[in-house]
Structure formats: C-alpha cells, structure tokens
Design a protein around this ligand. Structure first.
Ligand code: GLC
Length: 522
C-alpha cells in the first residue's frame, strides 16, 4: 500500500502571499484556513507552508528567531492549531518548513553566542579567527553574494553565514545545538504536523578544517557572486547524513506516516544519497530537475530516465516545477506549454509538488524598483536573481486587490489579475485550473497514474510520450512540447484529459497538446 505522501500531491503555500485576513497586506494563518476549500477542490493531499515562525523577515521568514512559535504577522500558535485541525478535518496534511542550517541573528541563541567567547552557546554557531592578514578565514561566498564571513568586533572573530549576515549558520557539530534542534521537530510533531520540508539540508555541515573552495572555471559575473567558487567544502559533507538519519528516526517514531522532504540542489548522483545509505534519511529529497531543465523532449526524456535509474531500491521519486526561489513555469515556457508542463508534473511517477498560483498559470510579476523586497535582489541588483516576481499575491477574484487583502498588498499583483484568478477560472472548463483539477482527480482515480510503473515510449522531435501501468491498467501520456503538430499514434482507448480540450485528432498531436489516454486492455 502506498502512503499518502507517495500517492498524493503536495501544494506549497507561501504564507505572505496566499490570503490576508487582517488587512495588513500580508497573508496569514487565518487566511490560509479560509482558503482550504480551494485546496480540497483542487485535489491536493497536503500543504507545505513556508516559514511562519517569529522572524525579523530579513529573508522573509527563513531567518527564524524562535523555532517554536508563530510570528504575530501570521497569527498565533492557537491559529496554527486551528488551521491544522481544519486541514485535518478536510483530509489535508500539513507540512511546516524546518530551517536548521541557520537561525536569525535575532535568535536568543545567537545573542548569547556573540556575547563573549566563553559563552556556553559560543559553539552553537560557527566562529573562526581571522586569516593572518586579518581578512575572512577563507574564500567562502554567501549564496546572496559577498563574503560568507561577518566580522564581530566585540569578540574579535568572524562568524559564518551561508546566506545573509542576519542568518548565522548553526554549528551542527555541537551536540547540545543538535539536541535542541531535534527537539524543535518533536515540538511540532507533538502538535500534530504531518511532516517538514527541510531548508537547505545539504548545507548543514561544513568541512571541519574550512579549506578554501576551488574557483569555478565556468563562472561569469551575471551568474551571481556565489558561483565564483564551487561549494565543495561548504556543502554536502559526509557528516550531514547521520543528522538526516536522526531526523528520520524522530519522524518514524510518530504514528501516521510523517514525512520529511529535503531541499537539496545537487547533481542526481549526490542527491540520491539523501534517501539514506546506512540508514533511511529523508523520504523525499526534492528533485528540482524540471525547474532547471531545457524544455526539449529528448533532454527531458534523458533526465527522467537518469533519475529513475539512479533511485535507490525503495526510493520514491518526486517532481517539482516551481517554488518561491525560482522563476515560474508559465514564464519559463509560456502559457500554452505551462499546461503541458502541468500534465507532465502530474503524470510522471512520483509525488508532485505544486507551487501556489501555478494552478491558474500565474507568471512572474515585474516588480518596480521602489517595491523590491527580496534581499537577493537588493544585494545583487539587475541580474534577474530576485525572487519577488514569483512571490506575488494569489489572485482569488476580481474584487479589489484580487480578494487577497483589504489593505495594500506587500507585493504588487500581476497585470492580469482581474481575469486570471481562481473565481474566473473555477467557472471555465477550458481554464488552467480546470486542467489541474482534472489531472489531480485522475491521479486519485487511476492507480496507474498514482503509483504505477513508468516506461518511456518516445522522445522524438517535440514529442515526449510515456506509459504508466498498474496491474491491467495502462495509461499513455503523449506531450507535444512545441507549437507545431506532430505525428503520434495513440493506442485504442479513451482520452482522459487534454491540454487543449476538444477531441484529439487521430495520428497527430496538435501544437502544445498533451493527452492522457487510457489504453484499452489488450
Ligand atoms: C532556501 C529557501 C530560500 C532561502 C534560503 C535561505 O533556499 O528556499 O528561500 O532564502 O534557503 O534560508
């Protein structure tokens, strides 16, 4: 029997932008609760909520000042309990975002750590003496540009931050820190959460000697400063696996199939290690290949094949088209192909994660310079690295501010919100939303789609076709990744879904057409 996180679909809520309930222009927990029925109607099984914890919001919640509470902008612990109960009452699971690599510099632990060199929490963070010339201890670069080391004049050492200086890295080699963070997992599991998405899991342990990272021969400045070196010694260290395994043991100690999903950007071979070799680690190391892929049939076929082959025995696959850090799929491949992409995401073998707004085909929103919020953009402007464009408010209807807030939204809505919104698409059989609902419904109805085997049929020209099979049930998915018609012979049977609606023509896929087909048993 498949577990819920294998057969089901996950939906990512970016809480600042989902639904505001109190008019401050920032989404909140009560807002999410008010919109749960959208998720039920959509047909997803779980929501993952990006960080909701008390935070100075230097990195919009990925700078946590208290791991066991809720930021007042989002509500209270009581609101969270209510949301969790309301979700569970609807059969929805709830995942939180665990941010173990770094805390906020406003966390009481860091305040203590920086107070003096002999503070008991000094070693909970990563402190090093300056290099002989007084500069930073090594050449490591923050993912947001610039040195990853910040000088602390009071105690005369540098501390390490893989992201902002307001996000000092925690020292997972310290047993007391490690125990305190494991207790955070228990705190939320005890409250009833169904799992976690673990932020930058592969960053958690650094090389014990802090050697320089090697220069990146492919570096070009427009890639962003972080790419000047390869993160050989600052990420993906062997010791991280025992930590992930400990998190897994904690999750497995609870009833009801709690799940751990790791955020890991690594080549497939190294990604697979996070399923666990000596002991189980995360259930799902996020597979971001579709986010980074060129939209080409042969390329996609090759990466799907490579991923499927690389999975360890018992390792369950997963797929992602977008998240709060990367350009939206509708902007990457265009509106018509975004429908084909949705069909791919929801028919591949493995757990799909849907980014909020993608179900109505939301595109990146251009942010006027004076409204930029994201520190990624503010620190390295103009390179297109900013993430505000993918974090804009969810348009629910055509009322003022799209039904998102009664106040001024923290980021602007896209130009098309009055027509591209949940209410408008909900009544339109040809809409993106209708397609998402249809595909998610099919996954629930057909075991071949939810848990069946995968076999590639064709990757020729613009056509990508594959088969899903479970017992006697055989489903064929044929996708035209281009705008021109392509020859493709569908088998005998019934069309279950099409990205273009109407009746597919025999022997040909129309431009931008994807078809899900139930083959008649031979
Ligand atoms: C992850 C998050 C991203 C955040 C970073 C630092 O990559 O997805 O939004 O900025 O970690 O926490």
């Amino acid at each position: 029997m498949a577990t819920w996180w294998q057969s089901g679909a996950i939906y990512q809520v970016y809480p600042r932008s989902f639904q505001d309930s109190d008019g401050d222009g920032i989404g909140d927990l009560k807002g999410i609760e008010a919109r749960l029925d959208h998720l039920v109607a959509l047909g997803v099984d779980a929501l993952w909520i990006s960080p909701i914890f008390p935070s100075p919001m230097a990195d919009f919640g990925y700078d946590v000042a208290d791991y066991c509470d809720v930021d007042p902008r989002f509500g209270t612990l009581g609101d969270f309990d209510e949301l969790l109960a309301a979700a569970h009452a609807r059969g929805l699971k709830v995942l939180l975002d665990f941010v173990p690599n770094h805390s906020s510099s406003a966390h009481p632990w860091f305040r203590e750590s920086r107070a003096s060199r002999d503070n008991p929490k000094r070693d909970w963070y990563i402190w090093r003496d300056p290099a002989p010339d007084g500069g930073p201890p090594n050449n490591w670069i923050s993912d947001f540009g610039g040195s990853a080391w910040e000088w602390d004049a009071v105690t005369g050492q540098y501390y390490y931050h893989a992201f902002l200086k307001e996000q000092p890295d925690l020292n997972w080699r310290n047993p007391a820190l490690r125990a305190a963070m494991m207790d955070v997992l228990r705190f939320w599991f005890d409250r009833g959460v169904d799992g976690f998405r673990i932020d930058v899991l592969w960053h958690m342990v650094k090389h014990a000697q802090f050697p320089d990272n090697p220069p990146n021969p492919a570096y070009r400045p427009e890639m962003g400063g972080m790419h000047a070196v390869l993160q050989l010694h600052s990420t993906d260290q062997p010791e991280v696996h025992a930590i992930a395994a400990e998190m897994r043991r904690i999750a497995d100690g609870y009833d009801g199939d709690r799940v751990l999903i790791g955020e890991i950007y690594l080549p497939v071979e190294r990604l697979m290690h996070y399923y666990g070799r000596e002991a189980p680690e995360v259930h799902l190391p996020f597979n971001f290949q579709l986010i980074e892929a060129t939209w080409d049939a042969r390329h996609l076929a090759a990466l799907i094949d490579e991923y499927e082959r690389a999975l360890p025995p018992g390792g369950w696959p997963n797929w992602v088209l977008g998240n709060h850090d990367r350009p939206r799929i509708a902007s990457r491949v265009g509106e018509r192909q975004a429908r084909v992409a949705a069909m791919l995401l929801l028919t591949l073998r493995g757990t799909p994660t849907i980014y909020y707004g993608d179900e109505i085909g939301l595109a990146d929103v251009a942010i006027p310079r004076d409204r930029v919020q994201d520190p990624r953009e503010l620190r390295e402007p103009g390179l297109g690295l900013g993430r505000d464009p993918v974090r804009t408010p969810m348009p629910w209807n055509d009322s003022e501010h799209a039904g998102f807030t009664s106040g001024e939204p923290w980021l602007p809505l896209g130009p098309d919100w009055s027509t591209r919104n949940v209410a408008a698409q909900g009544g339109d059989e040809a809409s993106m939303l209708a397609l998402y609902r249809r595909l998610l419904h099919l996954r629930r109805k057909h075991a071949a789609l939810a848990v069946g085997d995968f076999r590639l049929i064709e990757a020729e020209g613009d056509v990508l076709a594959f088969e899903r099979r479970h017992g006697d049930e055989r489903i064929v998915v044929a996708l035209n990744l281009g705008a021109e018609p392509q020859p493709f012979a569908l088998p005998e049977g019934d069309v279950l879904a099409s990205t273009r609606g109407g009746t597919p023509k025999s022997g040909v896929l129309r431009g931008d057409e994807g078809v899900v087909f139930l083959a008649r048993p031979a």
